[in-house]
Design a protein around this ligand. Structure first.
Ligand code: AMP
Ligand code: ZN
Length: 369
């Protein structure tokens, strides 16, 4: 029997969901219009939020890019008084100056609820012991999952990253059953467990792992599942859209449900910026539908995504995204062919003798890649 964290929202029929989204979108535009950034954009382009009467009308609005967020640093996208703001987070800033996102109390509560929904969906319950092996601080993975775990009612251990020996000790001492970590840290954990002679099937009680924050292949998931004896689920999010809790795999493990009651989804051709045909790959563009302190409209994530066809057997009606294969900015063009690092990983990880880490070196000799 499938049980849901919030059945009404997770299984809402598509028509009702579209109606709900439109209502939220109209509210979001009004709210966004209170920020200096969107106020100016709406004025310059003579956009009347009230004229958005169909979901498709969103295409009349401009995209928001990372450059916009940087140009408006720090407070230009804030739609509420500073006195209402309770938290800020920031992106990892690997592609330039970091960007910041602000939340009020309600935003934090909504975000926690989304993360609980994801965790519950995979079978986490109040009697689980959840160890969160991700960075606490400006990065969203730590606090995002922490509040999700607590809201669900699981014992949540804020173990953070690093100090791998202590992480393993905590798992043993408290009987950790659920872990959240990046795929690369999962690889490190395996290595250290191997060195210490810890056998997860004997010494630990793990049953579920959440892998997030980085692109990783199906082969990496399978390595994690085999080694730790867990079900591993892909967790996708980005700080501009809160962080974790944007899209998450259900027990079917066929794509990640993107929570469309909280985010409006578009997939566009990164060249023409026109919508792609349904099911085609393109750049993921997201609009917040519930956020109050800092709504963001049509955010170009740079992530390449594809919507999987058909309904999911789990009964949830929210669209499913295929595994994110890469970002528009980490694509390598080799002899004219587009290649993503994850494709190299996929092939490498099929070879059992290959270790956990790899380095890609692309050279050009005599004009040849
Ligand atoms: P940040 O805002 O710094 O947390 O970084 C978010 C970015 O990390 C996303 O835009 C993706 O590029 C990447 N990311 C997060 N989760 C995943 C995932 N499950 N699969 C692939 N990429 C991911
Ligand atoms: Zn499902």
């Amino acid at each position: 029997m499938v049980v849901y964290w919030n059945k009404d929202q997770e299984t809402m029929d598509r028509e009702a969901l579209a109606g709900f989204q439109l209502e939220r979108l109209q509210w979001t535009l009004q709210q966004a219009g209170k920020s200096p950034h969107y106020k100016k954009i709406f004025a310059d382009r003579k956009i009347e939020p009230g004229e958005i009467i169909h979901l498709e009308d969103i295409r009349q609005l401009p995209f928001t890019t990372k450059e916009d967020l940087r140009a408006q640093f720090p407070y230009g996208l804030l739609s509420v008084d500073l006195k209402e703001v309770v938290r800020l987070h920031s992106s990892s800033g690997t592609t330039g100056q970091a960007t910041v996102v602000f939340h009020n109390q309600k935003d934090i509560a909504n975000w926690a609820d989304l993360v609980s929904r994801c965790m519950y969906m995979t079978g986490v319950r109040q009697d689980d012991v959840f160890q969160n092996l991700t960075g606490y601080g400006l990065f969203t993975g730590g606090l995002g999952f922490h509040y999700g775990g607590e809201r669900l009612g699981a014992l949540t251990i804020p173990s953070g990253t690093g100090n791998t020996k202590r992480q393993i000790l905590l798992m043993q001492q408290f009987g950790t059953t659920v872990i959240h970590l990046s795929p690369s840290y999962a690889m490190r954990l395996m290595q250290v467990m191997g060195e210490l002679g810890v056998d997860p099937s004997v010494d630990l009680r793990l049953r579920i792992a959440f892998l997030g924050a980085e692109p990783h292949s199906e082969e990496i998931r399978q390595r994690v599942e085999r080694y730790f004896g867990v079900e591993a689920y892909n967790s996708y999010g980005l700080s501009e859209m809160n962080g974790p809790g944007v899209a998450f795999e259900c027990p079917e493990k066929r794509g990640m449900h993107i929570w469309e009651d909280a985010f409006l989804l578009e997939i566009v051709d990164p060249g023409t910026l026109e919508p792609v045909e349904t099911g085609q790959e393109g750049e993921l563009v997201l609009t917040t539908l519930k956020r109050e302190a800092m709504p963001i409209i049509r955010y170009r994530t740079s992530d390449l995504a594809r919507v999987l066809p058909g309904p999911c057997p789990c009964g949830r009606t929210h669209s499913r995204l295929a595994r994110i294969m890469g970002r528009t900015d980490d694509m390598l063009i080799i002899k004219g062919v587009n290649i993503f690092p994850i494709q190299v990983e996929q092939t490498l990880m099929e070879i059992p003798e290959v270790g956990q880490n790899y380095l890609i070196i692309l050279e050009r000799a005599a004009g040849m890649d």
